[in-house]
Design a protein around this ligand. Structure first.
Ligand SMILES: [Zn+2]
Length: 292
């Protein structure tokens, strides 16, 4: 059985139709034939089926409030017990903190505004903005996940032109929104090799969904830097040090000593034998942020 696939399935376009859960499973779009969530707590969730089985679900098209599994009477859709942050729910939480894309499939029994007339339809990739627990309509605790559709194709370099309103003619500002949605297979591997501990400060952030770290590309991806998305070009950092690193607040020397923007020593970069770091990328980063 192939590894779990995050992202689009090659050859399956958005809008692809399937007659039943078996066909969805064979196509690899959503493998389980019964469960609404495909995933594992250690890996994240790769796909969900939205089919109206839970009374607390809300579907707005580009945004979905998806209720986790458990505590539900399959015949009535009503909650009869509390849900726990385990199994598929924990997998969705893991996808949320790791920024992993989730394939969304809608079934005919879902909200009639967005559900297909029959069968199941692949509706593309969504990201989980956040998740929480609350008391649902029937008085039981449910876990909920707010998913939003991936903004557009080419999201690695997505740029949003922001023209300030009501200020008259003004220069157009370009805002990079990629930080929130950038995660790659190589970054996942690097984070796992370091067990999610920051290579600069050693902090390992622990959340209910598991440990959290960010994969920081040393030579940035995308134009004009065009750094490669390989493990040698990625550091495992906490969010604070990721921002400092990206914005020139700290710098890694050839010796792997880490210095701040004034050149003061912060410490030595933490390394593990299984993660080779490309010194050519560190040199590129130093040249990029050194403004002297
Ligand atoms: Zn750190």
């Amino acid at each position: 059985m192939p590894d779990r696939v995050f992202g689009d399935i090659p050859g399956v376009p958005i809008g692809a139709m399937f007659n039943n859960r078996q066909e969805l499973s064979v196509a690899g779009v959503h493998r389980p034939t019964m469960a609404g969530i495909s995933g594992a707590a250690s890996e994240g969730a790769d796909s969900i089926v939205v089919s109206g089985g839970y009374e607390d679900d809300e579907d707005y098209g580009d945004v979905i409030i998806y209720t986790g599994h458990g505590g539900n009477d399959p015949n009535t859709g009503k909650q009869i017990a509390d849900q726990e942050l385990t199994y598929g729910n924990l997998a969705l939480a893991k996808s949320s903190i790791d920024g992993l894309p989730v394939r969304v499939v809608r079934g005919a029994r879902g909200d009639p505004h967005y559900a297909p007339a029959s069968g199941y339809r692949y509706d593309g990739l969504y990201f989980i903005e956040r998740y929480w627990q609350q008391i649902g309509r029937s008085g039981h605790r449910v876990w909920q996940f707010r998913l939003h559709r991936r903004p557009s194709e080419g999201d690695l370099d997505s740029e949003v032109d922001v023209t300030p309103m009501a200020l008259g003619p003004a220069p157009r500002l370009t805002v990079q929104v990629q930080r929130l949605i950038r995660n790659t297979a190589a970054a996942q591997v690097v984070k796992q090799l370091h067990d999610y501990a920051c290579q600069v400060c050693g902090v390992r952030l622990v959340t209910p969904a598991g440990p959290y770290a960010e994969g920081a590309h040393i030579q940035p991806l995308g134009r004009p830097h065009d750094g490669p998305d390989v493990s040698e070009n990625i550091l495992c950092l906490c969010p604070n040090d990721h921002i400092r690193f990206d914005d020139g607040g700290l710098c890694v020397l050839e010796s792997l000593d880490v210095v701040d923007m004034d050149g003061a020593l912060i410490g030595r970069l933490r390394t593990v034998p299984s993660h080779r770091i490309g010194h050519e990328f560190l040199a590129y980063h130093r040249a990029l942020i050194t403004r002297r």
